[in-house]
Ligand binder design. Structure first.
Ligand code: ZN
Ligand code: ZN
Length: 378
């Protein structure tokens, strides 16, 4: 079978011909890959030649966002069956720490985890993979066409879950107890700012809007860009990030209760720290890849954070529960915003055209591989 990834002794993205994997253990499941998504992590690994290849291997198959169809199951498999459409999770826990042993490998405390398509394990830019059933989440009916988006959505779910968990310290955020962060109506009477309108920013905004939060977003692309329009279709409001200052931002939208950072643009993000509301939360999900010296008023920042009870957190990866929540909320988002998720995938390539898929594509939002081209059912 065809696969795409990085090899120890070759430069850049290469393709391989691999043997189709087989079920070995009773809990194993063989999955036919239908679609696989491309994201910034893949692009960065290729660009930097970061080859996180497993021990004893000469290559790593990339790709950590996928949807597939179950073809065969081991004799001990109980929760999936052949024909099911499933999404695989990414991280495989260390097996040693309390988080990993409690189904929370996204919060692994040893750092000895592995990740499919990123760190030591083969990913999903291929035709088949085998994994244990505990790492596969069944896709709800009607969501098959966009389920490849479940992984990036799960990243937003995890980040927002962390914010809500911490902000449940504020049952009195407004005069309505039903709007506290641990209730279903958590977003009402609050304002959010999303930085960056790429896929993670889009999913962050989707969750904020689904919770009825008044949501603004900053982008440095013009308002006519496709990713800006997708955000506007969820009634998130565009702010041109070019030349923005904390003062002009606050004048435009007031002080946000949540800032969801998804650009990885450290200077822009850190420069906006002083805009946060009293008791506000900043969550960082973008990963800056370079080096950046940022000049800022540190006294102002610390003064503000202390006096206004603010929090800053970083969030990475997601566990099975976040994937399950992601898929459920994706159904709701499509219902609420006129099938907007069906317009997030802007470009689709066959796996053999991987060089075109990784070339810069103007005005794109989500680029995917249609791995099984005969899969019209999805
Ligand atoms: Zn661990
Ligand atoms: Zn309220």
């Amino acid at each position: 079978m065809f696969a795409v990834g990085l090899a120890r002794k070759q430069e850049g993205l290469v393709d391989f011909e691999l043997k189709k994997p087989e079920i070995k253990g009773p809990k194993d499941v063989l999955v036919r890959v239908l679609q696989a998504g491309i994201d910034g992590t893949d692009r960065d690994m290729i660009q930097r030649g970061q080859k996180d290849i497993g021990e004893g291997e000469d290559f790593i198959v990339l790709g950590h966002e996928a949807v597939g169809r179950v073809e065969e199951v081991g004799r001990g498999v109980r929760n999936v069956k052949p024909g099911d459409i499933v999404v695989p999770t990414v991280r495989r826990g260390c097996g040693q720490c309390a988080s990993c042993l409690d189904k929370g490998s996204d919060m692994c405390s040893t750092g000895l985890y592995k990740e499919r398509g990123i760190h030591k394990l083969h990913g999903y830019f291929t035709e088949y993979f085998v994994d244990e059933e505990q790492y596969l989440v069944v896709v709800p009916p009607g969501l098959e066409e966009v389920a490849v988006l479940a992984e990036p959505m799960s990243i937003a779910e995890k980040a927002m879950g962390q914010v809500r968990h911490i902000q449940a310290r504020l049952p009195w955020g407004c005069f309505h107890p039903e709007h506290s962060f641990d209730r279903p109506g958590w977003g009402a009477c609050k304002k959010a700012l999303v930085i960056g309108a790429g896929p993670i920013g889009f999913f962050g905004a989707a969750l904020l809007r689904l919770a009825d939060m008044v949501t603004y977003f900053i982008e440095i692309v013009p308002e006519t860009a496709l990713k800006v329009r997708r955000m506007q279709e969820m009634e998130a409001q565009y702010i041109d990030g070019r030349g923005i200052t904390p003062e002009s931002l606050v004048k435009r939208m007031g002080n946000p209760d949540i800032v969801f950072e998804a650009s990885g643009a450290s200077e822009l993000a850190l420069g906006l720290l002083p805009v946060g509301a009293r008791n506000g939360a900043f969550v960082f999900t973008g990963i800056p890849r370079g080096q950046s010296q940022v000049c800022m008023d540190g006294d102002l920042l610390l003064r503000q954070m202390v006096r206004l009870n603010q929090i800053i957190i970083g969030s990475i990866n997601s566990n099975r529960r976040h994937f399950e929540a992601a898929l459920q909320n994706m159904v709701e988002i499509d219902k609420r915003f006129d099938n907007v998720l069906h317009r997030v995938i802007t470009h689709s390539f066959a796996l053999k055209d991987y060089r075109d898929a990784f070339a810069p594509i103007p005005d794109s939002l989500k680029v995917i591989f249609q791995v099984d081209e005969g899969a019209q059912a999805i």
